[in-house]
Design a protein around this ligand. Structure first.
Ligand SMILES: Nc1ncnc2c1ncn2[C@@H]1O[C@H](COP(=O)(O)OP(=O)(O)OP(=O)(O)O)[C@@H](O)[C@H]1O
Ligand SMILES: [Mg+2]
Length: 308
């Protein structure tokens, strides 16, 4: 047995420094920190996709958070798919729209979608929450209180409500036959939808076009048809303009629909229909459309929505 003397040069004993096993579980963390090791049980689980930015979020959405069936054949539903962000399409007033590719590593099947990510209201450039949020209040009072207090959680809840509102609107309109982007899925504040464009370039907004007389006439007819389908289903767009219409190879597509208005039984239903037609009609008449057509469309929509 070693001497227990206290003289210099004495060998340090287990009792002096405390044996590893006696110092409790933190000793591994101490050693790990000292020698740059990973403590047992804390090894990083590397579950990153082989490329891209994240695994597909398809299976994180529940059945009700996915687009209407049958899913179009371009929708990637494979669980082993990978999402890659290709760039930003546009920063808007209340949301940013990104281009996202979803692809299957094994087969190479790939599809490009538009990802509209709603910003929390603090980071928006204008606010349309107060009026529109009436009647959409989340039943959960914790969410209500958080939204009223403006906490980070509350702000995210509001952004999520807008994203859900737009997903629900796209689903109704797509099902009714309005030309809108197919809604792929909603998850939190991110809405994934059909990308309207080609080769990663978004289709131009109507406002950017300089159509000749025939094209103008054709675009007006498409607009009238789409608004009629909307009105027959009981809705007005609520924020229609030459900026919320895309034109891909001559086909008019209605976008930006979180605020669609249920005009049936709404005392201001007719005003909403008229305002939409007036706003976009101004763009058409400035390019040569007969102004009578604008009034005729307003009347036709009121009749479609059974408001006259
Ligand atoms: N499905 C889509 N396919 C292609 N481009 C899209 C799509 N959705 C949105 N974009 C592009 O992003 C822009 C903004 O989209 P949207 O109007 O829905 O958002 P917003 O936040 O209301 O923007 P803004 O404030 O500019 O109106 C559109 O003008 C269009 O250029
Ligand atoms: Mg818009």
């Amino acid at each position: 047995m070693r001497s227990r003397g206290r003289g210099p040069g004495r060998a340090r004993t287990r009792e002096d420094r405390g044996h590893v096993a006696d110092r409790g579980p933190n000793v591994f963390a101490e050693y790990a920190a000292k020698y740059g090791l990973t403590p047992p049980g804390e090894e990083a689980v590397t579950d990153d996709p082989p490329y891209g930015d994240r695994w597909t979020t398809w299976d994180d959405s529940t059945a009700g958070q996915r687009g209407p069936r049958p899913y179009p054949d371009w929708v990637v539903t494979e669980l082993g798919a990978v999402d890659t962000e290709l760039g930003i399409l546009k920063t808007g007033k209340e949301a940013d729209v990104f281009l996202v590719e979803r692809s299957v590593p094994e087969t190479g099947k790939a599809t490009v979608m538009a990802a509209k990510r709603y910003r929390d209201p603090k980071h928006r450039m204008f606010h349309r929450d107060d009026g529109y949020r009436e009647g959409r209040r989340d039943r959960e009072s914790r969410v209500n209180r958080a939204m009223a207090k403006g906490s980070a959680f509350g702000r995210e809840a509001i952004a999520g409500q807008w994203a859900h509102a737009e997903f629900a609107a796209l689903t109704s309109l797509w099902t009714a036959g309005v030309a809108v982007p197919y809604p792929v899925q909603i998850l939190g504040t991110e809405l994934l939808m059909e990308f309207i464009g080609a080769d990663g370039v978004a289709a131009p907004r109507l406002a950017q076009l300089r159509p000749d007389a025939d094209e103008l006439h054709d675009l007006w007819e498409q607009l009238a048809h789409n608004l009629s389908v909307l009105a027959l289903a009981g809705y007005a767009h609520g924020d229609l303009s030459a900026y919320n219409l895309l034109v891909q190879d001559g086909r008019l597509v209605v976008i930006d629909v979180p605020q669609i208005v249920d005009v049936v039984g709404n005392p201001h239903g007719r005003e909403f229909l008229d305002r939409d037609v007036r706003n976009v009609g101004g763009w058409f008449t400035a390019r040569g459309l007969d102004p009578d057509r604008v009034q005729q469309l307003s009347d036709a929509l009121a009749s479609d929505a059974r408001l006259s």
